[in-house]
Ligand binder design. Structure first.
Ligand SMILES: CC(=O)Nc1ccn([C@H]2C[C@H](O)[C@@H](CO)O2)c(=O)n1
Length: 103
């Protein structure tokens, strides 16, 4: 049983350490620093690594920066588009910073 999922297209970036945050809505804001999470692919729930949650920080879509985009390994324009696709109309978001502890 996995604790969090990511779209398959982000798997290689996560495993390579190029993607070190994920930005989620209220439904996934309950994670806490220090928690160890099993990570699966959204498409098939197949496990692909274990991460440690470093921080969970409330933010707003309107204040996302190039630094968030860098930590997502994408441009800010693409990051805003991705978030608008996944969470249409949502402005209150949560930045979950993590590190891969095993894969
Ligand atoms: C079910 C669900 O919401 N799954 C998600 C949500 C977000 N992500 C990724 C996409 C971007 O890189 C960031 C920003 O939301 O997190 C995801 O992989 N899977």
């Amino acid at each position: 049983m996995n604790d969090i999922t990511f779209f398959q297209r982000f798997e290689s970036d996560i495993l390579a350490g190029r993607k070190t945050i994920t930005i989620r809505d209220e439904s996934e804001a309950h994670f806490e620093p220090g928690q160890i999470l099993r990570v699966g692919r959204y498409e098939d729930d197949g496990y692909f690594c274990t991460i440690k949650v470093l921080s969970v920080t409330p933010t707003l879509l309107s204040v996302l920066t190039d630094e968030h985009a860098r930590q997502e390994n994408m441009t800010l324009e693409v990051l805003r588009d991705v978030i608008n696709d996944i969470y249409p109309g949502v402005t209150q978001l949560y930045v979950i910073a993590f590190e891969v502890v095993s894969a």
